[in-house]
Design a binder for this molecule. Structure first.
Ligand code: P71
Length: 439
C-alpha cells in the first residue's frame, strides 16, 4: 500500500499513463486480464514436465491435441502471444488495398492489418457504440454493413472478415451464434474467409449459454465447438482464457495456409513446434485450454465481473451495460462530462482512480484509438476506462474496495482536469505516451 502523496508523485512520474506505473506502486491491479491470471496447481505441475528439446517437444503435441479437442481447428502454429499470430495471418492473407471488416477494431489487430496494406472497416451493430444500449449481444455483426462493403468494394478486395468473440473494445460483449451463423454464410457464399479472434471465446460461450435461446442445456465445450466450426482460422492470445502468463497461437483448417504460416513462424518466432514458447510454457497452456472450459470456473469468472458491475451500477456510476465478460468499463464521457474528448477524459479518469486508491485501470478511448490517416485523433464514440479482472486472483472483497474508490472519485469528479500529450509515440501510442494536466 502507498500513501496518497506517494501516488500523486508516481502518477506524475508516469506521465499520467497507468502503463508506465511500477507494479510495486499498485494496490489492486486491474490494468488487464492478460497474462495476469493465476495458474492452477495442475498448470504449475505442467511446468515441471517441460520437454525442452529444440524440435518436436512432447509438450507441443499435448498442446496441439488440447487445441484440436476443445476448438476443433486442424493445424496449430504456436506463437509467443496473440499479436504474433495476427502479424502472420495479416501478412499471409492481406494484399495492398484490401479491406478487412470486423466487429469493432482491436488495437494490435488493426495495426497488423494496416501494416500489411489493408484498411479495417467496422461492421459491428451500432448498439455496440452506445454504452447505454441493453442489447444482449452487442458483439453482433450488422449484416447490412457487411453486405454494403461487399457491394461497394467487391468481394475480391475482402480476404476475410475478422470476428472477435467477447469483443474487447466495447466492453467484453458477446456475439450470438445466430448472428455468427449468418455472418459465416454471407462470407463463405462470397468467397470470403472468416478469421476468429478467439482470445476470450470461452467467456463468449458462457454468455451464449447464459442467455441465447436454445443453448441453456449445451455445455461450454459444445458451444465453443459450434462457434469455431463456423470459422476458417483463429488467432489466440492464450494470456486471457487459457490462464497462462505467456503464449498464443494461430490455428487454421486449410493445409496450404498452415504451410505458409509454418514457414513464416520460423522467421519471426521460432521453430513451428514451439513458436517462441518454452516446452514448459506449452504444457501449462495445454492444461489451461482444458481447464478454462470447465463450467464452474468460467461461471465464477464472469459472475465476479458482474458482481463489480452490479455494485457500481447500483450506485449510479455510468458504466457500459450490459456488463461484459472480462471487466467493468466506466463511461468516462459521462463520468467527466466537463471535459472535451481531446482532453482525454478516460486517460484522466484512470490516473485519478490510481491516485485515489492505488487501483490501476486502463484507458480505452481516444488515446487507444490513435490517429486516423488524416493525422487527427480518431475520437471513437466509446471513451472508456476498463477495470479488468484477472482470473482466479482477487476476491469479492477486493471488488468492494474498487467500487468504494470509484464512488469516491465520482463524488469529486468535477475537480478532475483534462490532459495533454508531452510525448506521443508513433505506434500503439497508449502504451508509452506521457501527459500533463491541462491548465
Ligand atoms: C488486453 C490485451 C493486451 C493489450 C494489447 C494491446 C493494448 C493493450 C493491452 C490483447 C488482445 C486482445 C484481443 C481481443 C488480440 C490481443 C493481442 N489484449 N486480440 O486486453 O484482447 O494479444 O497481447 O497476446 O499480443 O489487455 P497479445
Amino acid at each position: 500500500m502507498t500513501t496518497r502523496d506517494e501516488r500523486v508523485k508516481a502518477a506524475e512520474v508516469a506521465g499520467y499513463n497507468t502503463f508506465l506505473l511500477k507494479s510495486e506502486d499498485v494496490y489492486i491491479d486491474l490494468l488487464t486480464d492478460s497474462g495476469t491470471s493465476a495458474m492452477s496447481d495442475r498448470q504449475w505441475s505442467g511446468l515441471m514436465l517441460g520437454d525442452e528439446a529444440y524440435a518436436g517437444s512432447r509438450n507441443f503435441y499435448n498442446l496441439e491435441k488440447a487445441m484440436q479437442d476443445i476448438y476443433g481447428y486442424k493445424h496449430l502454429i504456436p506463437t509467443h502471444q496473440g499479436r504474433a499470430a495476427e502479424h502472420m495471418i495479416s501478412q499471409i492473407l492481406i494484399n495492398e488495398g484490401d479491406f478487412i471488416p470486423g466487429n469493432m477494431y482491436f488495437t494490435t489487430t488493426r495495426l497488423h492489418q494496416e501494416i500489411a496494406g489493408g484498411t479495417f472497416v467496422d461492421v459491428i451493430i451500432s448498439e455496440a457504440h452506445d454504452p447505454t444500449s441493453l442489447h444482449p449481444f452487442k458483439g453482433d455483426v450488422d449484416l447490412d454493413k457487411f453486405q454494403k462493403l461487399i457491394d461497394e468494394k467487391g468481394a475480391d478486395k475482402i480476404p476475410y472478415i475478422c470476428i472477435a468473440t467477447a469483443v474487447n473494445m466495447c466492453g467484453g460483449q458477446p456475439i450470438s451464434l445466430a448472428n455468427m451463423r449468418l455472418v459465416s454464410e454471407m462470407a463463405h457464399s462470397n468467397g470470403i474467409l472468416v478469421v476468429h479472434d478467439m482470445t476470450r471465446c470461452i467467456e463468449n460461450a458462457y454468455m451464449i449459454k447464459d442467455h441465447e435461446e436454445g443453448y441453456a442445456d449445451k455445455s461450454i465445450t459444445e458451444i465453443t465447438r459450434e462457434i469455431c466450426d463456423l470459422t476458417d482460422a483463429a488467432t489466440m492470445s492464450s494470456k486471457k482464457d487459457h490462464l497462462v502468463n505467456i503464449g498464443g497461437f494461430l490455428a487454421v483448417n486449410d493445409p496450404e495456409l498452415a504451410d505458409k504460416a509454418r514457414n513464416m513462424v520460423v522467421v519471426y518466432e521460432g521453430l513451428h513446434t514451439y513458436g517462441g514458447m518454452a516446452g514448459r510454457d506449452m504444457e501449462a497452456l495445454a492444461i489451461g485450454i482444458r481447464e478454462c472450459a470447465e463450467y464452474e470456473h468460467i461461471r465464477a469468472r464472469v459472475e465476479q465481473v458482474r458482481y463489480l458491475g452490479a455494485k457500481l451500477d447500483g450506485e449510479g456510476i455510468p458504466i457500459v451495460k450490459p456488463v461484459g465478460t472480462h471487466g467493468v468499463f466506466l463511461d468516462a464521457r459521462k463520468f467527466l462530462d466537463h471535459l472535451d474528448q481531446d482532453q482525454f477524459p478516460a486517460q484522466a479518469l484512470a490516473a485519478e482512480i490510481y491516485i485515489d486508491s492505488g487501483v490501476r485501470a486502463m484507458e480505452r478511448g481516444n488515446v487507444s484509438a490513435g490517429r486516423g490517416p488524416d493525422g487527427e485523433n480518431r475520437k471513437p464514440p466509446l471513451e472508456l476506462v476498463r477495470l479488468t479482472i484477472p482470473r482466479r486472483v482477487y476476491t469479492q472483497a477486493h471488488m468492494d474496495v474498487v467500487a468504494e474508490s470509484i464512488m469516491e472519485v465520482y463524488d469529486h469528479r468535477g475537480k478532475v482536469k483534462g490532459l495533454e500529450f508531452t510525448y506521443e509515440p508513433e505506434y500503439l501510442r497508449f502504451f508509452q505516451a506521457k501527459f500533463k494536466p491541462t491548465a
